[in-house]
Design a protein around this ligand. Structure first.
Ligand SMILES: Cc1cc2nc3c(=O)[nH]c(=O)nc-3n(C[C@H](O)[C@H](O)[C@H](O)COP(=O)(O)OP(=O)(O)OC[C@H]3O[C@@H](n4cnc5c(N)ncnc54)[C@H](O)[C@@H]3O)c2cc1C
Length: 260
């Protein structure tokens, strides 16, 4: 079985800086991490590797520094790592991002594509389902648990607002995973030692076989009009009290400010 996991490098949430001119995130010099839901997705793939000897490829579209999360994934147990990086792919909204990733996936063999449910910076949860649409594959989102019959069928526990659903879907398909689906393993010591000797393949725009109008800023119908970091208006009020009294205080404050 061949699995591809799409992982995204994201700023550690508390350090968001926006470029006031372009409205895009300032990523240089910002502490970056592997998107938590993607780590959950990678762990699901590695569990299938442990049980069914699956081959796991990780792919990310990003700046050259995204090499870091690919090496982390290799040290966790991934077999192959691809960095999709090119100026032509920069400034992409979700549609352009999913176009580029889908074009890369068309160059690869797979039975299962795993993405995170959502990235903690863009927060749209759109890329996974968009990839499934581009590849015309069945998709299951909000995955909490995954079972495989060892042949072609996955049984998936999907989280819903009022509980969960159990769904069956045949390979090839796309799933989006919640970080809460599992406890991701740590990088192994041997993995950390070897990861910098391992190859990370660098793919540019030319490898994708897709029109420039489909990717990057050119391929992005979403234009960021203005982006800014909302400042803290006023210091909050602290109340040392029990829950019941706290509810009363909050209700009266909300009424005071005509919020309710
Ligand atoms: C503050 C902010 C707001 C934004 N708002 C919008 C918006 O409203 N509309 C819009 O179209 N774009 C928006 N963007 C741009 C958007 O972040 C990028 O297009 C991004 O590449 C994908 O969207 P996302 O971050 O919402 O990812 P999501 O759709 O939430 O990601 C879901 C999953 O897709 C996979 N994935 C996503 N990006 C990549 C990648 N680069 N490489 C590999 N796998 C990936 C990961 O597995 C991830 O968990 C915004 C960006 C920022 C920083």
């Amino acid at each position: 079985m061949k699995i591809i996991v799409c992982i995204k490098q994201v700023p550690n949430t508390t350090e968001i800086k926006i470029n006031p001119v372009t409205g895009t995130l300032i990523r240089d010099g910002v502490v970056s991490i592997m998107n938590p839901d993607d780590k959950g997705g990678l762990e699901e793939a590695l569990k299938l590797k442990d049980k069914y000897n699956a081959h796991v490829t990780v792919i990310t579209m990003g700046l050259p520094q995204a090499d870091d999360i690919l090496r982390e994934a290799l040290a966790m147990g991934a077999d192959r790592a691809i960095l999709l990086t090119d100026r032509k792919l920069g400034g992409a909204d979700t549609l352009a991002t999913s176009n580029a990733l889908a074009a890369a996936l068309r160059q690869l063999e797979f039975d299962l594509v795993i993405t995170g449910r959502q990235a903690i910076d863009g927060d749209t949860a759109q890329v996974g389902p968009q990839i499934a649409e581009h590849l015309d594959l069945p998709q299951v989102t909000y995955l909490e648990n995954l079972e495989y019959d060892g042949k072609k069928t996955f049984t998936i526990k999907k989280s819903t607002e009022d509980g969960y659903q159990i769904l069956e879907v045949d390979a090839p398909c796309v799933v989006t995973v919640l970080a809460s689906a599992n406890k991701a393993r740590y990088m192994s010591v041997r993995g950390i030692v070897e990861t910098y000797d391992r190859e990370v393949e660098i793919w540019g725009f030319d490898k994708l076989g897709i029109a420039e109008e489909k990717v990057g800023l050119k391929g992005s119908p979403t234009k960021v009009h203005k982006a800014f970091t909302r400042g803290v208006k006023a210091a909050g009020e602290m109340f040392e009290t029990d829950a019941e009294e706290a509810v009363g205080i909050i209700m009266s404050k909300l009424k005071e400010k005509y919020i309710i």
